[in-house]
Design a protein. Structure first.
Ligand code: ZN
Ligand code: FE
Length: 254
């Protein structure tokens, strides 16, 4: 089992220190900067064994080199994006497994936000670290990948068990909620979720992690093939990709 320490960094990033409870082998997912991570590790009295990067953006890899210098840790990233992950040592491909102590994760390729984006899936612990693929009530912007790729990536995530906990790369929930509400202001479950989000954010509490179950019900980017939802937001059902593209473009211009 792993212990997860969620670390808010920069204006709205989340990095995660993950500690395998039995072995104390430790990883850090998407360190935007090194400083706060070092603080957390110091307080825990542990060293860092691995850095895990979901994608190459600076707000996810910015701390790589410094952490490597301090801890001599190994940096894990996507095989296909190896040229853009600073300091990469371990290059993993889709479905490849790797261990943090006794905790095993698997790579899920999720191109879209970037071409080489990957997620880390701890299947037997029902945990997904998904970087900037899916956010609570939102999804990552398409900087590099195609709408086809992002639609496929979301379908892959959607096929995981409902109880999967989703640890994403940013606290964007409140602004995502505004768009979700704009699309469908009559959904009581969404209204309820939004009022909880507002309460949490007033107290500066994170709204992440979320669960796949909730996202499947409330996230507009997970409902592009849901006829009832498409009817309620008055979107003609053309195809998964076209529907997703329309919703994504509306959000880009929102
Ligand atoms: Zn990004
Ligand atoms: Fe990001």
């Amino acid at each position: 089992m792993i212990e997860i320490i969620q670390i808010p960094l920069l204006s709205d990033n989340y990095s995660y220190v993950i500690i395998d409870k039995n072995t104390k082998i430790t990883g850090c997912i998407d360190p935007s900067v090194a400083k706060d991570i070092v603080e957390v590790l110091k307080n825990k009295g542990i060293d860092l064994d691995f850095v895990l990067n979901t994608h190459h953006h600076q707000d996810h890899v910015g701390g790589n080199q410094e952490l490597k210098e301090i801890y001599n840790c190994k940096i894990i990233g996507s095989y296909s994006d190896q040229n853009r992950i600073p300091g990469i040592d371990i290059k993993l491909k889709e479905d490849e497994e790797f261990n943090i102590g006794e905790s095993i994760f698997k790579i899920i390729d999720t191109p879209g936000h970037t071409i080489g984006h990957i997620c880390f899936y701890f299947e037997d612990q029902n945990l997904l670290f998904c970087g900037d693929t899916i956010f609570s009530l939102g999804c990552g912007r398409l900087f590099e990948g195609s709408y086809e790729q992002m639609t496929e990536s979301i379908l892959k995530i959607r096929s995981l068990p409902d109880c999967t906990k989703i640890y994403c790369g940013h606290e964007y929930t409140e602004s995502n909620a505004k768009f979700a509400e704009f699309l469908d202001s009559r959904d009581d479950l969404l209204k309820n979720k939004i009022s909880n989000i507002k309460k949490d954010r007033l107290k500066s509490k994170p709204t992440v992690p979320t669960t796949l179950k909730e996202e499947k019900m409330l996230n507009p980017f997970m409902k592009f093939d849901n006829q009832e939802y498409l009817d309620s937001i008055k979107l003609k059902n053309i195809s998964n990709v076209e529907n997703f593209k329309t919703i994504r473009m509306m959000k880009d211009n929102f």
